[in-house]
Design a binder for this molecule. Structure first.
Ligand code: ADE
Length: 238
């Protein structure tokens, strides 16, 4: 998979993809991540990327031309890819969206800045707009890190064991069960006996119940979605 990220602050993105799983995946050639400076696609001496908003108002708006030039020139190298603008106006990211994007062969991620990006970029250049949540960042860069991390770890060969993906939070709409490791007692707090019992069936059942309990208590919104589907997750509890 290839991921191109376009930003006016490439240094914000420089170090983050050089550690942990993302680094391993890059080193193995599973994902090729390239960061590009939007200013390299300007044509004026000042490398201008923004201008005053038509209709007035505070702040600046990012000009369309550098974005079109950048995406169009990147698309001349390799496949067209799916272009994504990161903005609080976009569809909210969740694991389903991550899975869908993880199966693309190429993504071109546009990190907006300032008060906004000329609407023609959203309407005519990108394939979709994505938000990572209902809060406003000063730019799309932290959102790009979130998006890339979530996508990269789903690439075949990224994780050590395939199980760690299969059992994961949100895959089936439930939160994860609580995890413990040694020591069995720490400051008087004991690990639940059942986890030490060696009874795998009982452990599985205990974990399932904890998942259900947590999801109900902490994420009634997720729980309601499951209750409305005909998923058999629920049938064991009702
Ligand atoms: N840019 C600014 N805020 C953002 C958000 N919440 N998600 C994606 N991009 C953004």
């Amino acid at each position: 998979m290839r991921i191109d990220i376009i930003s006016i602050f490439p240094p914000l993105l420089a170090g983050v993809f050089e550690h942990s799983i993302i680094k391993r995946v890059r080193d193995r050639g599973i994902v090729d991540i390239q960061v590009h400076d939007l200013r390299d696609y300007t044509t004026d001496r000042h490398r201008t990327v923004d201008d005053y908003p038509y209709g007035g108002g505070a702040g600046m708006v990012m000009k369309p031309e550098p974005w079109f030039r950048a995406v169009e020139s990147l698309r001349m190298q390799g496949s067209a890819g799916r272009a994504i603008l990161l903005t609080p106006q976009g569809q909210q990211l969740n694991q389903r969206v991550v899975q869908r994007l993880a199966s693309e062969d190429r993504l071109i991620i546009l990190c907006g800045r300032y008060e906004g990006v000329d609407e023609r970029v959203a309407e005519r250049l990108v394939d979709e707009e994505i938000s990572i949540g209902d809060y406003v960042l000063s730019g799309g860069e932290p959102a790009a890190v979130v998006l890339v991390d979530a996508i990269v770890r789903l690439q075949p060969g990224a994780l050590g064991s395939s199980e760690s993906i299969v059992e994961e939070t949100f895959m089936e709409g439930l939160l994860e069960y609580p995890q413990y490791t040694r020591p069995p007692e720490f400051r008087g707090w004991r690990v639940p006996d059942i986890l030490l019992s060696g009874d795998h069936g009982a452990v599985d059942e205990w974990r399932r119940q904890r998942q259900i309990e947590r999801t109900r208590e902490r994420r009634p919104d997720l729980w309601a979605k499951l209750s409305n589907s005909d998923d058999d997750v629920i049938e064991t509890t009702t």
